[in-house]
Design a protein around this ligand. Structure first.
Ligand SMILES: Cc1cc2nc3c(=O)[nH]c(=O)nc-3n(C[C@H](O)[C@H](O)[C@H](O)COP(=O)(O)O)c2cc1C
Length: 157
């Protein structure tokens, strides 16, 4: 799997008791445009997984090339990932990563257990984005993407 280059995102949710949780993921996939669906694969039993499935809502923040420290912060098991982070809840009452390239706010459409992960399909309810360069992950390392700025986008979805 590590030979497949991906972006890096943080899945965040507020557990039914109000606690904020978040987890770094690279298993993000766009699923459907109409309706707008995406999926993430989350470790069974992880705090963030329980929060996402328990609350039925979550947010995905796409990390920028300058946010490797955020990816590391949200990958540490058993820590309060939000400690000292000025994360805004916004109108949707979900914590999101400040300064990320995009935020997608989702309702859980369905979820299913697959091996040691839970595949969570989210229906996008809100989104916002900002300019910037993406953080990438390849071969077990963070890396950056060499964008060909002189060319117009070929596709947009
Ligand atoms: C680049 C990167 C990508 C990751 N992708 C995933 C993923 O897609 N799914 C997952 O369950 N864990 C993934 N992890 C591991 C989780 O971020 C890590 O286990 C996290 O601390 C679990 O959160 P928890 O504290 O809620 O248990 C990834 C870690 C890194 C560094």
């Amino acid at each position: 799997m590590s030979r497949f280059a991906t972006g890096v995102a943080v899945v965040t949710a507020r557990a039914p008791d109000g606690t904020r949780h978040g987890m770094t993921v690279n298993s993000f996939t766009s699923v459907s445009l109409d309706p707008p669906l995406l999926l993430v694969c989350l470790t069974t039993g992880a705090r963030s997984t329980e929060a996402v499935t328990g609350a039925g809502r979550f947010a995905v923040s796409f990390l920028s090339a300058r946010q490797q420290h955020i990816a590391l912060r949200f990958a540490r098991r058993g820590e309060d990932h939000f400690a000292g982070l000025p994360a805004d809840d916004g109108e949707h009452s979900l914590p999101v990563v400040p300064g990320a390239l995009a935020h997608l706010v989702c309702d859980v459409d369905r979820h299913l257990v697959a091996g040691d992960h839970v595949v969570v399909v989210g229906r996008v309810r809100e989104m916002c984005d900002r300019p910037g360069e993406p953080l990438a992950f390849f071969g077990g390392r963070f890396t950056e993407v060499a964008l060909q700025h002189e060319e117009a986008p070929l596709w947009s979805f």
